[in-house]
Ligand binder design. Sequence first.
Ligand code: SF4
Length: 212
Amino acid sequence: MIGDIMSVSRLRMGTDGRGVVTLVAFFDCPLRCKYCINNFCHEDEFGGIPRYSYTPEELVDVLKKDDIYYKMSGGGITFGGGEPLLQSAFIHEVCRIADPEWKMRIETSLNVPWRCVEPLTDDIDEWIIDVKDMDMKIYKEYTGVGIRNLSNNLYRIRECVDASKLHVRVPRIPDFNDDEYVAFSVKRIKDILGVEPEVFDYIIPSTLAAKK
Ligand code: SF4
């Protein structure tokens, strides 16, 4: 089994969860967000790393280098992208052979078929879910795809993952939603999951801001 990994970024703090974190970013994403912060994920290569270059064992060997930092800080591994859930079988294998003390987190749009979510429901300590917007029209305009998988998965994940592990984020997206729509999204998330989402201002990447 091979992971299609775009980058492995070590010793991160304050951006991808508690403690010292290694961010493992995967290629590919089913969304096409207008202000994608990580457009490289749609490309054929990134930073000279060939695609499909890590087995689970090879990745864990890299992750082990910071073992002591994870354990001392309550940190661990954050899987991001792109959309990491497209490679959930690979991530499941990494979690299986990794040190159980490492905290496993995933940053996801959750807009994938449920079969991509299910293998990880017992593996992940924190689900960082960026829902974009819960209004179906705005969602389609911003991401280029429909909201159906996300909506279905929110209902399904609440049945098998404890609410304390769900960290939902609702961005204020320039030109796409406003306080009224954000309030609507917050209410939908509370109604479905029973958790209070984090609202934040999305900062447009400087390369895209220059084109506006
Ligand atoms: S979900 Fe993330 S990686 Fe995918 S298109 Fe949107 S911003 Fe880019």
